[in-house]
Design a binder for this molecule. Structure first.
Ligand code: NAD
Ligand code: WQD
Length: 343
């Protein structure tokens, strides 16, 4: 019998791509949970179409403990929880910190309580490179110092990690993998699933693809940084590579590979790419010239951050499949699907 994996935030960008990888591994039955506050049901329909499979969908808010628990009680024994559900817009979190603390922390606390009561001993958590802030040393390793959070969003990730660590100390039979993503970008190679920002996107790649079709205007935030071309450096990583790491983390937990109760892994390619290099990669694969302006620095941006990913490669057996060109081409293909299908 295949193991049951509960995926929270399953209709979101990374959750939906992870459903595909879990289903295609052939080893897992997935249960998707989402309140659709930052996603649509259509994303799950697209996953079903791509994988040619059906799965249970629980529409509930993780902050609504009673409703959520009553739905979860009906699905039977869950083996692993992968917890993506969270609000993730850094700027919005500065404007509305209470919404971010409430949503991201109450949902985590409720889910951990459900795991405790129901002896679900395997937990995978979405964390972020934003917890490293302006790192003193590059590339950052899992033991690099955690800097004071620059935003309520980043703080919910730092606090989330700590909550999980304290939770595990109280329950020796429970285990967790914490995955710190760098900059997930791109779309499923089929061109049938990708990031669909509700409202105006904040992240570079959707802004690039929207600019290319004339629906947005790209401004490069600062070209006077101390980097090779003056623009900020990030570690862009294909969303399907990130998704695949969740299958490996699930295998890792179920095969009792955790050396301590909690394992931390950076998920990035290890390559720093500047904003101008990202634009050039896009122009190359899309075969067009992008119109953009060079503008002022964006408040809160770190100059450069990229991962040391040795641990994920060694311990999870993670293999990165996609290049920056693949990331840009798949994102571009998805932008065209959005246009053609009128999504
Ligand atoms: P997303 O917004 O596309 O997906 C999150 C999903 O969670 C959405 O479908 C949303 O409707 C759902 N959700 C939010 N609050 C919920 C609640 N209370 N109950 C039920 N569902 C709820 O975001 P994403 O890009 O897929 O990110 C997934 C996770 O990875 C998040 O925890 C995010 O903080 C983290 N992360 C994302 C990035 C990134 O750049 N995308 C980087 C690092 C970490
Ligand atoms: C990338 C680069 C911008 C838009 C954010 C979160 C982080 C994590 C990943 C969740 C930067 C530049 C961007 C634009 C630009 N998410 N840029 N013009 O800020 O690295 O990380 O997403 O955990 O926590 O902070 O990603 O895509 O916004 O920016 O020049 O219109 O592109 O300055 O150098 P960021 P991003």
């Amino acid at each position: 019998m295949s193991k049951k994996v509960l995926v929270t935030g399953a209709a979101g960008y990374i959750g939906s791509h992870t459903l595909i990888e879990l289903i295609e591994s052939g080893a897992y039955e997935v249960i998707a949970l989402d309140n659709f506050s930052n996603s649509t049901k259509q994303a799950l329909e697209r996953v079903k179409k791509i994988t040619n499979s059906e799965f249970k969908v629980l529409e509930t808010d993780l902050c609504n403990k009673e409703h959520c628990f009553s739905l979860l009680d009906k699905v039977g024994k869950i083996d692993v929880v992968i917890h993506f559900a969270a609000l993730k817009a850094v700027g919005e979190s500065v404007l509305n910190p209470l919404q971010y603390y409430t949503n991201n922390l109450v949902s985590l606390l409720n889910l951990l309580e459900y795991c405790k009561v129901n002896q679900i001993t395997n937990f995978v958590f979405s964390s972020s490179c934003s917890i490293y802030g302006n790192a003193d040393e590059l590339p950052v390793t899992e033991t690099s110092p955690i800097k004071k959070a620059e935003s309520p969003y980043a703080n919910t990730k730092q606090m989330g990690e700590e909550i999980i660590e304290h939770f595990l100390k109280s329950l020796p039979q429970h285990n967790a993998v914490i995955l710190r993503y760098f900059n997930p970008v791109g779309a499923h190679l089929s061109g049938q699933l990708g990031e669909y920002p509700l409202g105006k996107p904040n992240n570079l790649v959707p802004i690039i693809t929207q600019t290319a079709i004339g629906k947005n205007n790209l401004t490069v935030f600062g070209n006077d940084y101390d980097t090779r071309d003056g623009t900020c450096i990030r570690d862009y990583i294909h969303v399907s590579d990130i998704a695949n790491a969740h299958v490996l983390a699930t295998n890792f937990l179920l095969n009792n590979k955790n050396e301590s109760q909690v394992s931390l892994f950076n998920l990035g390619t290890g390559n720093g790419v500047t904003v101008l290099e990202a634009i050039t990669a896009f122009e190359k694969v899309a075969k067009l010239k992008l119109k953009y302006t060079l503008g002022a620095r964006r408040a809160g941006d770190v100059v450069a951050v990229y991962a040391n990913n040795n641990l994920a490669i060694k311990k999870l057996n993670w293999k990165i499949k996609y290049s920056i060109n693949d990331m840009m081409l798949s994102a571009w293909k998805w932008q065209q699907t959005i246009e053609n299908d009128g999504i």
